[in-house]
Design a protein around this ligand. Structure first.
Ligand code: DOR
Length: 436
């Protein structure tokens, strides 16, 4: 007897795609195979659908505490399950930032109260909490320490080698970095005047700013032996360079960098501005090559909601960051439909990858004994992304009007059906994820 059987879907397994029934009991996958004769409290006919291991966005900014008119943990996780995600990993550059044990305890409590999907929590590194990071990274629900080595939204930053090395020497788990060289950003800023065209964003925060940041971090990671994860790698140069650091460094690439090039600045203005910036086609092609040859571990959205007013200020005062948690899976499924990657590679980048990089326990694959996190997908569905569908209070997406082939039609979080055909069901059942 099962709580739920997902019947007759095509399951995307690490060893191939197989038509099977998936039996769920007590929030875990209890059986996979032919379950025709088995009973269940509920069944879901999945004929024609693919069952993916719960897709994850390992890079979101849900802004709580902060501005509830823009996003909260409740609205951001609702957006996640509507977009087919079973978990999100939330960044610490809130207002105030998440940098100590008391704030982490508060945040874990909020997850239990309001989250529609499971959550991993990043802790922000500061000069003040550096010595305490070794203990903070072991707290329940913490996926990693996050270091802003270059400035972005919020006030978290450690830009100097001594400060970065001190972080690397405090603790042992993989550290996640925003890698742009702050000194170069400061040096180049006077070359640009207020009110210039938005495309100057990628000239100011140029290729060398990102590449130099990454070279500095790799030198320090080698010296200290501390594993690193470079978030949102945005240049061909870094992707090539990091191939020699696979023993110590994992790589995230963003959906935006796989989907948009610099023409977006002319079309979207401030709604194309993010850090690190959207760049030219050469970098997008390099990112796809790196997806294909295995140099990329994780694809995320860097969902970074801001108010329309903040996005519409003239450059460079417009806020940097684009929404994306709800549109990540649909757009990646569209990339699958257009032949850029396979469903198995997508499962690796958005489910197994985050689990492997951060050490998520019982997550990342469809296998008996693992958490019953499943994304149900209809590859035959063709849909237009509309702003009326967006659950984030800020209300906008840079992909409004985009038609996609392939759509998430169900989100199952530890056996609980959180979304079915665009409808959020039941009550928030998310929990902090356990990491090893
Ligand atoms: O564009 C960005 N926005 N990049 C970041 O690193 C931070 C994010 C935000 O929080 O707004």
């Amino acid at each position: 007897m099962f709580d739920l059987i997902l019947r007759g879907g095509k399951a995307v397994l690490p060893w191939g795609i197989e038509a099977l029934d998936l039996g769920i009991r007590g929030g875990r996958i209890a059986a996979m195979g032919d379950l025709r004769t088995a009973g269940a409290a509920a069944t879901w006919d999945c004929k024609g659908l693919h069952l993916l291991p719960g897709l994850v966005d390992a890079h979101v900014h849900l802004r709580e505490p902060g501005d509830p008119a823009v996003e909260t943990m409740g609205t951001g996780t609702k957006a996640a399950v509507l977009g087919g995600l079973t978990a999100v990993y939330d960044m610490p550059n809130t207002s105030p930032a998440i940098t100590d044990s008391a704030q982490l305890a508060w945040k874990r409590g909020r997850v239990a109260e309001v989250a529609w999907c499971d959550m991993g929590l990043y802790v922000g590194a500061t000069r003040k909490n550096t010595a305490g990071l070794a203990a903070l990274e072991l707290e329940d629900g913490v996926c990693a320490i996050k270091v802003f080595a270059g400035s972005s939204t919020g006030d978290l930053m450690i830009e100097d080698d001594a400060g970065l090395e001190a972080v690397m020497r405090s603790g042992r788990r993989r550290v996640a970095y925003h890698s742009e060289d702050e000194y170069r950003l400061r040096e180049r800023r006077p070359m640009f005047q207020a009110g210039m065209a938005h495309r100057n964003h990628m000239e100011w925060r140029d290729v060398e700013a990102a590449f130099l940041g990454t070279r500095r971090l790799m030198a320090l990671a080698r010296r200290t032996g501390r594993p690193a994860h470079i978030l949102h790698v945005s240049t061909a140069e870094e992707l090539e360079y990091l191939a020699d650091y696979r023993d110590i460094c994992t790589v995230e690439v963003l959906l935006n960098h796989l989907t948009q090039t610099d023409e977006a600045y002319d079309r979207l203005g401030g709604y194309a501005v993010m850090n690190p910036p959207i760049r030219d086609k050469r970098h997008m092609e390099a990112a796809w090559a790196a997806v294909r040859d295995g140099r990329v571990d994780v694809v995320g959205s860097d969902h970074a909601p801001h108010s329309r007013a903040a996005k519409e200020r003239p450059w460079p005062d417009c806020a940097a960051g684009l929404t994306g948690v709800q549109t990540l899976a649909p757009l990646m499924l569209n990339h699958v439909s257009e032949g850029r990657l396979s469903l198995m590679r997508l499962a690796d980048l958005m489910s197994a990858g985050p689990a492997r990089v951060y050490g998520a326990v019982n997550k990342g694959r469809l296998a008996v004994g693992y958490d019953a996190d499943v994304t149900l997908v209809d590859m035959a569905a063709s849909r237009v992304i509309e702003e009326s569908w967006i659950a984030s209070p800020c209300g906008w997406t840079p992909f409004a009007g985009t038609r996609v082939q392939g759509w998430p039609v169900g989100t199952v979080v530890r056996g609980h059906v959180a979304m079915r055909e665009d409808e959020v069901l039941g009550a928030p059942a998310g929990r902090p994820i356990a990491f090893r």
